[in-house]
Design a protein. Structure first.
Length: 107
């Protein structure tokens, strides 16, 4: 595996394998452990679902249609330390997958 840290602090872990399938996982230190009091319990999990409800560039229906078009499998989860978004797509669709995830997670 190769490990890289970008100038903005984002850490990349990469392993090249021959084949037509690519998997990706995007994780944040934003799990339930970040919820400071009992009135915030569930906030991380709720946010996990809200990020795909629309952006400044795409509606919820457009996001869902692109997920269906790009990914053979995609999902998200929240546990105590992390919130994670992950999926598997054809290698030729990796650029589209990263652009879509970038939009929903940044916008």
């Amino acid at each position: 595996m190769e490990y890289h840290t970008l100038k903005n602090g984002i850490k990349l872990i990469y392993e090249h394998r021959q084949g037509e399938i690519t998997s990706l996982c995007i994780g944040f230190n934003a799990g339930a452990l970040e919820e400071q009091d009992r009135f915030n319990f569930g906030t991380a999990h709720a946010l996990e679902h809200l990020v795909s409800k629309g952006t400044c560039c795409r509606t919820e229906n457009e996001i869902n249609a692109e997920f269906d078009d790009i990914f053979g499998f995609e999902n998200a989860m929240t546990n105590y330390p992390y919130t994670i978004y992950y999926g598997t797509c054809l290698s030729r669709d990796m650029q589209r997958a990263l652009e879509l995830y970038s939009d929903i997670l940044m916008n």
